[in-house]
Design a protein around this ligand. Structure first.
Ligand code: F0G
Length: 440
């Protein structure tokens, strides 16, 4: 493998989304007004056509930073010495067509960009490679996050690869086993706190102000920059045709903010001439953004006491809500909420298309069905669901659903596929096979 040590990426500085002033605190808030920060690029001289060709050529390269589906787009990322890049060859995630799900939602074509196909099984890796690399370039020995599970798994992996220690704060009893086991295996110092995600984030904010621990939650603008690349890669996979709708789950609202920033930048830089509508779907039990939009028009956050079996998005006080509101307004997207049964059913339907995802990702299909019924999404439009996490992240939910331990509502019965206990004979198996031959 070839190494070089040149600087990559474009010159950037922090900018407060509220007041425009930039000095950052350890919690990545504006030192003047406490607002969220974003990275602003200085004078990017970019020729879209030649960059499209360069990005495509890099797919045949053996350089680690070219093989990464994030750093392949480094001209649109913050600067770093390439020796500082920590990469697990993240990104490069597939777009799948979902024919059965399309029929159920009442649309002609439906696509899923499966971010669960990242190295640690969630979209977090695309942001983590940039933010963890930034921590290493700043010579931090410790990185930390509060998490509903996926951020911790991703951070722990990238910290380990970058020879840093990692501190994970998770809500006790509310993190799926797949995710917790990853954090432990990758060597994180994992603390289960008797609180929810929002409480963990509050504690972590205090810890990073008192100790030299680099905050890796999605308020860290470097996370957002990396997560932008999913949108760039998606456009490339669509041969630079812009989909009409991109539908994304909403938790702490970093991902919707990142995808929105990416599409806006791509339009501003001349890669595309229009924007997709970005719509954000939440679990009805964790619907802070939905209530914020409906009850205040996006002017004031309505926090909620979050409760949902889609534990990844069990968040009541989303940190990046203002960025997400901006994305909804700039792209003309909308918000919707879905019930626990609707989430479980949608998850089984995505599974039945041979793809699968974790519960939080399935809110996208459940939400799409509602948006089609409302006429916000039309049957002939191009729609992309962002699937954020892998099916195997939360096998307990899947097993309980199929065994009938979660819901008894009639609409889920047909989607259930419980294991069948049989005598160990070919006769028993063949009898069962025949019984099922005429079922779909
Ligand atoms: N889907 C999955 C699978 C997630 O893990 C998350 C967030 C989201 C959607 C929501 O994304 O927060 O950017 O709006 N998980 C975080 C975590 C909070 O700690 O892993 P968001």
């Amino acid at each position: 493998m070839v190494h070089s040590s040149s600087a990559i990426g474009g010159e950037t500085s922090f900018r407060c989304i509220e007041c425009g002033i930039s000095p950052a605190t350890a919690t990545f808030r504006c030192a003047a007004c406490g607002g969220l920060l974003e990275l602003a690029y200085h004078e990017r001289k970019i020729d879209p056509d030649s960059l499209k060709a360069v990005w495509r050529e890099r797919r045949a390269s053996n350089l680690a930073i070219d093989q990464s589906g994030v750093w392949r787009f480094r001209e649109l990322l913050p600067p770093l010495a390439d020796g500082d890049v920590i990469t697990l060859r993240e990104g490069n995630t597939p777009v799948y067509e979902l024919p059965q799900c399309a029929r159920r939602a009442g649309v002609e074509h439906l696509y899923a960009k499966h971010q669960g196909m990242n190295p640690t099984g969630s979209f977090k890796d695309t942001g983590m490679t940039v933010a963890a690399s930034s921590a290493r370039s700043r010579e931090f020995q410790w990185v930390g996050c509060a998490s509903t599970g996926n951020t911790s798994a991703s951070m722990a992996a990238y910290a380990a690869r970058g020879a840093m220690r990692s501190l994970v704060l998770i809500p006790e009893g509310k993190v799926a086993w797949g995710k917790l086991s990853q954090a432990l295996d990758y060597g994180a110092l994992t603390c289960q706190l008797k609180t929810d995600f929002d409480g963990c984030l509050r504690v972590l904010n205090e810890v990073v102000q008192r100790m030299p621990v680099y905050l890796l939650n999605s308020v860290n603008p470097f996370r957002i920059e990396g997560q932008k690349t999913a949108a760039i890669e998606l456009l490339e996979q669509f041969d630079w045709h812009v989909p009409d709708h991109v539908i994304v789950p909403g938790g702490n609202l970093g991902n919707s903010s990142a995808l929105g920033k990416a599409f806006l930048e791509m339009k501003e830089l001349g890669f595309v001439s229009r924007l997709p509508k970005i719509s954000i779907i939440q679990a009805a039990g964790a619907n802070a953004l939905v209530r914020t939009m409906r009850e205040t028009g996006g002017t004031r956050l309505i926090s909620v006491q979050a409760e949902t079996a889609a534990s990844a998005i069990r968040i009541g006080n989303p940190a990046s809500w203002k960025k997400a509101v901006r994305v909804l307004q700039q792209t003309g997207g909308t918000v919707e909420q879905v019930s626990e049964v609707e989430i479980a059913l949608a998850k089984a339907e995505i599974g039945a298309d041979g793809i699968g995802c974790e519960p939080a990702s399935a809110v996208t299909l459940a939400g799409l069905k509602k948006l089609v019924q409302q006429g916000f999404v039309k049957a002939k439009e191009n729609i992309v669901l962002i699937l954020t996490g892998h099916l195997l992240k939360d096998p307990e939910f899947t097993l309980k659903f199929h065994r009938g331990e979660l819901f008894s509502e009639t609409e889920v019965l047909a989607a259930r596929r419980a294991p069948i206990a049989l005598d160990a004979t070919a006769d028993a198996v063949i009898r069962t096979l025949k019984e099922h031959q005429n079922q779909s």
